[in-house]
Design a protein around this ligand. Structure first.
Ligand code: NAD
Length: 487
């Protein structure tokens, strides 16, 4: 059981002494908890029972921070990751000793660092970098800025990065990192100082041939540029220009690759196209729904439009919308604000979103969105997992029972790390590739990984999630067997 006091580093604040606090938006059936807008007033769900004239939420109920611990107890992503490892081990009888190595992260770094706020006061923040494995190459994985970031989540995501790079056969290991903050609480200047100070705290635990961060939830090319600049400014001058590949997902002008921004969404769509081809399914006129309209979700949605498919419902942290006539993904991507306020669709609740009949569902938000309950609601043929860990164990069982096809996360969203690899190569070789070259190479790599997973599912008569895990473990086991264990 997780302890709120340890996890949020602040403990629970007694409501009676707190005049203003964040109210958390909890949607039914969802184990995750999202910070919503800030309100003044007392929570109508807590012990005090004081009503405060809060507007009734359109979906779910408002709950105060008291409920954070309760909800966080639900599902541990890391437990799910380890269970899947165990399952794959038993299906293919992988070497137990190698699975023991895989079940542990190699290095875990927790840094507490001070940052000066705009009003001159100092805030202590906590950041993480977990390096799971580097037997295939340097550690590689994103950085996430989110109030739910904790060591358990980062461990799980780091481990999944090792599987991902192994499946797609690129020479990287797995890592992940993050800072436990809500970026919406900080000004751009504060975010820059937070990013730079975190990078400084990581020191030489990251590096262009050792551990290479990239964007993830709430981080973007600008944040990568600050990391790059901070890292390069703190090493000796004659090393600086050989170190620009300390991060990927940079702005193009600072050494980023064309095609990186859309790469994860592009990879998702390449996988969907391959699935459609294999199943004789026509994507023209097919309907799809998307959860999460950030980098991955909005790019996947826009690229699906190019196949003539129709986006009919979207959910992000602000709520869900639907328009059965279709929502223009490009127009929605340009819309400045949460999807719930988008004027060309109707607002719907979380359950209605999940219950919307469509051909394809692309979860592209956070982990554990597809639970037993929400999977029961789903009315789709395919789930193409853009997010990491969007389906919990129970949700997975329901999807299997309902015979909904799943392209699992570690395959489906690998486009980002594949193009990060291209960016890293271009920096190392002082080259610049054209978009065509990037896309062609990405497609080749992700489709051959898709075929390996599909073939493993047939061979071992298992679901695709287990098959993907088997493909990854197979490659890692081979390398460990060839090299042996030092000394
Ligand atoms: P992002 O910050 O750009 O977007 C996240 C989106 O999720 C936002 O639209 C946000 O409103 C929405 N969201 C957050 N909480 C939600 C909730 N409770 N309900 C509904 N929507 C919610 O992040 P991103 O980079 O697009 O990453 C999304 C997912 O894809 C994450 O799981 C991430 O790990 C994974 N991923 C990202 C990349 C990448 O290259 N960025 C690569 C591989 C995997």
């Amino acid at each position: 059981m997780r302890n709120n006091k340890q996890e949020n580093g602040q403990g629970l604040k007694p409501l009676s002494t707190s005049k203003e606090w964040k109210l958390l938006y909890y949607q039914h059936g969802r184990p995750g908890l999202e910070e919503g807008r800030k309100f003044k007033g007392l929570c109508n769900q807590c012990d005090l029972k004081s009503l405060c004239g809060l507007p009734k939420p359109e979906i779910g109920v408002w709950r105060c921070e008291h409920f954070r611990a309760k909800i966080w107890e639900k599902s541990s992503l890391y437990e799910n990751v380890l269970k899947l490892l165990e399952k794959a081990q038993s299906v293919n009888n992988f070497d137990r000793d190698i699975c023991k190595i895989m079940a542990k992260t190699m290095n875990e770094l927790v840094v507490h660092f001070p940052v000066k706020m705009d009003d001159d006061h100092v805030k202590m923040l906590t950041g993480f970098r977990v390096q799971h494995n580097n037997v295939l190459g340097p550690f590689k994985g994103g950085l996430r800025f989110h109030p739910m970031v904790d060591i358990d989540e980062i461990r799980a995501l780091a481990t999944m990065m090792t599987w991902k790079t192994a499946i797609v056969n690129i020479p990287f290991g797995g890592a992940k990192g993050g800072i436990h903050i809500d970026p919406a609480d900080f000004s751009p200047k504060e975010l820059e100082r937070i990013t730079r100070r975190f990078t400084f705290a990581l020191g030489n635990n990251i590096g262009p041939d050792y551990d290479i961060p990239a964007p993830d939830v709430n981080t973007n090319p600008q944040i990568m540029a600050w990391i790059q600049d901070t890292y390069m400014s703190t090493i000796s001058p004659n090393e600086r220009n050989r170190s620009m590949h300390v991060v990927t997902g940079k702005p193009i002008e600072s050494g980023g690759s064309v095609g990186r921004e859309k790469a994860t969404g592009q990879g998702v769509v390449f996988c969907i196209e391959k699935w459609a081809q294999d199943h004789g399914f026509n994507l023209k006129g097919a309907t799809y729904i998307v959860q999460g309209y950030g980098n991955v979700g909005s790019w996947a949605a826009r690229l699906m439009k190019m196949n003539g498919s129709k986006l009919i419902a979207v959910e992000d942290v602000t709520g869900a919308i639907r328009n059965k006539e279709g929502i223009d993904p490009d127009d929605l991507a340009l819309y400045d604000g949460g999807v719930v306020d988008y004027p060309k669709a109707q607002s719907i609740d979380h359950e209605v979103f999940f219950n919307t009949k469509a051909d394809i569902f692309i979860p592209a938000a956070l982990e554990n969105a597809i639970t037993g309950d929400t999977a029961e609601l789903l009315n789709v043929k395919l789930v193409a997992e853009g997010a990491n860990g969007p389906t919990d164990e129970e949700g997975n069982e329901v999807l299997q029972r309902k015979k909904i096809n799943v392209i699992p996360d570690i395959l489906c969203n690998s486009g980002g790390v594949i193009v990060s690899y291209f960016e890293w190569l271009q920096n190392k070789r002082s080259e610049f590739w054209e978009l065509d070259e990037v896309d062609t190479k990405l497609k080749k790599i992700i489709i051959s990984a898709y075929e390996r997973v599909r073939d493993a599912a047939k061979k071992y008569k298992v679901d695709w999630r287990t098959a993907a895990q088997i493909v990854a473990l197979y490659r890692l086991e081979m390398v460990y067997k060839e090299r042996g264990i030092f000394p």
